[in-house]
Design a protein around this ligand. Structure first.
Ligand code: ATP
Ligand code: 3PG
Length: 394
């Protein structure tokens, strides 16, 4: 694979696909970790006289502009961090993008509007994605793939565009892959994987493959409730993937057969509604009231998880244990992060929100082996799946 050092970028327009999918509160960026992680590649290109056109997605808009998913606040933050103006194109691959790209001088940087405002970006139809990739290709001379967090997506800006321009892999993708390889090539055992978060349907599938790799699987976050329901418990109004119950039963049976331990919470913090000020209390998982939703793992589960991590030598963690953005439901995630540190294991934390949680809860990033920008992407890498955004760079 070519790296950016192999490209002659001086005076060229370089399209950099980055993962700038940061958490926002209104138009305030609550964690800029992914923007910081994107800086080295952009800075290196600028220093070498490239005209840098950055493209990224934010959230999951449905192929049309939605103001709350605009990348405009990200352009401002990127400019602050670079210490340089970042031009912002008001569209993704239209008139504004073309004019912005044409106006760039050597060493200057522009950010395009959210690529997911274009229906072609995420389309299942090759021709539709190809048409958008053609429009992207007109904006630039070269392509750099550096969106590690999105390399598992077969999307136009990640997968199709590199086929249309001379391309190279970015430094962030290289670093991430190098660290994750330590987890796939002979991890020190016991090796535990901790899964949480809210992208349940995305991440349930990985469990099947992880059962073959990890010694222990700890489940928290929104994923818990599909497991509890599969075991016959009532889960009230908690997040539930009802169509996955049979699949999950299959995982539980396979884990039992193969001697992989699946550790589930024994209690959860159950709230009246999805709000910080809602009445809430820890309840045993056998006794979740019908009108309550589980928004965090409970104190007994925190202890159980700590005990199950204490002797591990390698841990991969993706997905917060609860709705950590609201203080009443942050305890599980805070306790889990501390247990990881206390274990002394080689720890990798992956995912936009998981990494943000570690920082928001005041942990020192250096206390973890590696903080990855990819959640779903790291999981798919660990599963050994082909990653379209990496394959396309070969
Ligand atoms: N019990 C729960 N119910 C609802 N939401 C939950 C629950 N537990 C955690 N969450 C939410 O999960 C979200 C993070 O999940 P997500 O799967 O996106 O993780 P991630 O680390 O960002 O991974 P990725 O990078 O793949 O997006 C947080 O915003 C958190 O509030
Ligand atoms: O947050 C992430 O994991 C990446 O930015 C990819 O986002 P997606 O899951 O919406 O494709």
């Amino acid at each position: 694979m070519r790296t950016i050092d192999d490209l002659d970028v001086s005076g060229k327009r370089v399209f950099v696909r980055a993962d700038l999918n940061v958490p926002l509160d209104g138009d305030r960026i609550t964690d800029d970790g992914r923007i910081r992680a994107a800086l080295p590649t952009i800075e290196k290109l600028r220093e070498r006289g490239a005209r840098v056109i950055v493209a990224a997605h934010l959230g999951r808009p449905k192929g049309a502009p939605e103001p709350r998913y605009s990348l405009r606040p990200v352009a401002a933050r990127l400019g602050e961090l670079l210490g340089a103006d970042v031009a912002f194109a008001a569209d993704t691959a239209g008139e504004s993008a073309r004019a912005t790209s044409a106006a760039l001088a050597d060493g200057q940087v522009a950010l395009l509007e959210n690529v997911r405002f274009e229906p072609g970006e995420t389309s299942k139809d090759d021709a539709e994605r190809g048409e958008l990739a053609d429009r992207f290709a007109q904006l630039a001379d070269l392509y750099v793939g550096d969106a590690f967090g999105a390399v598992h997506r077969r999307h136009a800006s990640v997968f199709d565009l590199p086929g249309k321009l001379p391309h190279a892999v970015g430094g962030l993708v290289l670093t991430e892959v190098e660290v994750l390889r330590k987890l796939t090539d002979a991890p020190e055992r016991p090796y535990a994987v901790v899964l949480g978060g809210s992208k349940v349907s995305d991440k349930l599938g990985v469990i099947d493959n992880l059962l073959g790799a990890a010694d222990r699987l700890l489940i928290g976050g929104g994923m818990v409730f599909t497991f509890l329901k599969a075991k016959g418990y009532e889960v009230g109004s908690s997040l539930l993937e009802a169509d996955q119950l049979d699949t999950v039963r299959g995982y539980l049976e396979r884990a039992e057969r193969e001697g992989v331990e699946i550790v589930l919470p024994v209690d959860v913090v159950a709230a009246e509604k999805f709000a910080a000020d809602a009445p809430h209390a820890p309840v045993d998982v056998q006794a979740i009231p019908a009108d309550r939703m589980g928004l965090d793992i409970g104190p007994r589960s925190q202890e159980l998880f700590a005990a199950k991590l204490a002797d591990t030598r390698t841990v991969f963690w993706n997905g917060p244990m609860g709705v950590f953005e609201m203080e009443p439901y942050a305890g599980g995630t805070r306790a889990l992060a501390q247990s990881l540190i206390d274990s002394g294991a080689f720890t990798v934390v992956g995912g936009g929100d998981s990494a943000a949680a570690v920082r928001a809860l005041g942990f020192d990033e250096a206390a973890f082996g590696h903080i990855s920008t990819g959640g779903g992407a790291s999981l798919e890498y660990l599963e050994g799946k082909d990653l379209p955004g990496i394959d396309a760079l070969a």
